[in-house]
Structure formats: structure tokens, C-alpha cells
Design a protein. Structure first.
Length: 298
């Protein structure tokens, strides 16, 4: 993280990174939490699609993007969509914080091609001050994942990012009812595969291929069938496996983390605390007091 620049030496429109997904292994794109100082800020055209979501107190701003011009009061959750190859210019009257989410063009094109029931070609279009509760919720999930730092789960980020792209592309399949679910044999094939590969990195592409359907369709039907999103199901199964291995007492905490598919010990501790309300070593100590398990190896 960059050091805080003294106000007297600040450059108008300068930005500094507060959080970044760089190095976290996210697939298809990334995210940065940026602090942008008051003044003019130029966003050059790039190969990636970018969405900037305003975080915090309202700020008056003027912006220009793809021939559009707008003077506005940008509030928490307001989003600007800047497609690949498009530049823009923003002038903020006060300092502001932006969550900038970026997506590789190949990632977006792959999702667009897989979307079913499309009446024509789908693509990301420029949009200023988009106000969408679903985008806000997804952005909040990505921000929380950024703030978890080393405990970030690439499958979680990929799943949330896919949902955000689908939303931005305007995917609504009128043919699909809310009661549609995975066929029993496909659900069994996917969940058995997950169970056998918890210690490996899983991707939405490979899981959707097992069900023989597109990623967007698979995500929707998996959630309807299992009652939770794919990433949540996987992390819960990893937590349950870690819990069982810890209580067996044969492996060290670091070995259990790898066997259960977590990147490292702190990654496992993050999710166990989040889902079970107890850290790995605390869980083992509780079991030891009940006389039901041996102590962990060093």
C-alpha cells in the first residue's frame, strides 16, 4: 500500500491504491480500492473493461466518457462503466474513494457467448452513474474479499465477477423459471467431483463442463438446486473437511489447510472463523477439554 501523501504535496486527481487483488490469483480480472484526490482525473483507454463504484460520502463531479458529459452528485454505490478501448475524464470537487473492478475482454466475451436466450450480440456499453442494487451487492462482496487480503478465495472472486458481468450484459432468460434445477445425475456428478477435488483449485468452467452447460446457466441452476452459490458450497465443504481433519488430530494445522484445499493456514482460519465462529486451534482445544481428540502435531 502506498504511503499517505501530505495534503500540501498532493497532485490534483492523483490516485493511490488502498487495496488490490494483485497477487491473489483472481481469474478474469481484478479490483482495486483507490483514493482519488480532488481535481481532474483522466482514465486512458485500456484493453480491460472497468467499472468504478463510488464508496463513501457524496461528491460533486463532472465527467466525460464516450461522448457523454454529465454534472452530478455521485453517491455511495453509483457506478461508471467504461468498456475496453474507451477513455474518460472525471473532475471531482473533493477527495473520493472508488472501487475499480476490471475484467479481461476475453473473460467478458466468453460469458457473453455462453448466455442463453440472447436476441442478439451482447456487449458492455458505457454507462455513467449506473444505480443498481445487484451491482452494489456484488461490489460489496468483492470489496470484502479484497479486505480479507491473503485469505482471498479465487473461486469466490471469479463467481462474483461472473455475476457482475452477467448483470452488466443484461442477462435475463425469460424461458428459465425459478423452479429450474440441475438434473439429479448432473448435480451428483458435480458435487462428487467437488468432494474428490477439494484439495485442488476449482474453476467455474470445469464445473459447468461437468454439467454440460454454460457458466451463467450452471451458476443459476446450482444455486437453485443446492440452495447456495457454487463458491459458498465449495468453501463450506472445505471448512467441514478441515474441521473433521482437525478433530482427528493426525495432522498439523498447516497440513490440514492444504488437505482441505485452502491456500495456507491463515486462509483456513479466516473461513473457519467466518463460518463456524471458531478458529482452528480453538476448535481443537475445545475438543481436547472434552477428551475426544489428541493434541495437534507440532
Amino acid at each position: 500500500m502506498s504511503a499517505v501523501i501530505a495534503d500540501s504535496n498532493r497532485q490534483a486527481g492523483a490516485s493511490r491504491s488502498l487495496r488490490s487483488s494483485e497477487g491473489l490469483g483472481w481469474h478474469g480480472g481484478g479490483a482495486q480500492l483507490l483514493r482519488i484526490s480532488a481535481g481532474q482525473h483522466r482514465l486512458p483507454a485500456m484493453a480491460q473493461h472497468r467499472i468504478g463504484i463510488h464508496i463513501g460520502a457524496p461528491v460533486r463531479a463532472r465527467c466525460a466518457c464516450d461522448g457523454r458529459r454529465q454534472s452530478r452528485l455521485q453517491a455511495h454505490g453509483d457506478a461508471d462503466v467504461v468498456p475496453a478501448g474507451t477513455d474518460g475524464e472525471w473532475t471531482d470537487d473533493a477527495d473520493c474513494t472508488i472501487l475499480r473492478v476490471s475484467f479481461d475482454d476475453a473473460f467478458v466475451r466468453s460469458i457473453a457467448q455462453q448466455m442463453e436466450g440472447s436476441a442478439g450480440r451482447r456487449e458492455l456499453l458505457p454507462h455513467l452513474q449506473l444505480r443498481d442494487p445487484r451491482i452494489n451487492a456484488l461490489a460489496g462482496a468483492l470489496l470484502a474479499e479484497l479486505e480479507s487480503g491473503a485469505a482471498s478465495d479465487p473461486l469466490f472472486a471469479e463467481s462474483v465477477g461472473t455475476s457482475m458481468v452477467v448483470r452488466l450484459l443484461g442477462c435475463v432468460d425469460s424461458r428459465r423459471g425459478g423452479s429450474a434445477v440441475l438434473a439429479p445425475h448432473k448435480a451428483a456428478r458435480v458435487t462428487d467431483y467437488i468432494e474428490c477435488h477439494l484439495d485442488q483449485r476449482l474453476t467455474l468452467d470445469e464445473l459447468a463442463a461437468l454439467a454440460e452447460m454454460s457458466v451463467p446457466h450452471f451458476k443459476a441452476l446450482f444455486r437453485q438446486t443446492l440452495g447456495m452459490p457454487v463458491h459458498q458450497y465449495v468453501v463450506r465443504r472445505r471448512v467441514e473437511r478441515a474441521k473433521a481433519l482437525l478433530l482427528e488430530g493426525r495432522l498439523s494445522v498447516s497440513q490440514v489447510a492444504l488437505e482441505a484445499g485452502f491456500a495456507h493456514q491463515s486462509h483456513m482460519a479466516h473461513w473457519m472463523t467466518r463460518l463456524l465462529g471458531v478458529a482452528p486451534r480453538a476448535l481443537v482445544k475445545m475438543q481436547d477439554r472434552r477428551g475426544g481428540a489428541r493434541r495437534l502435531p507440532a
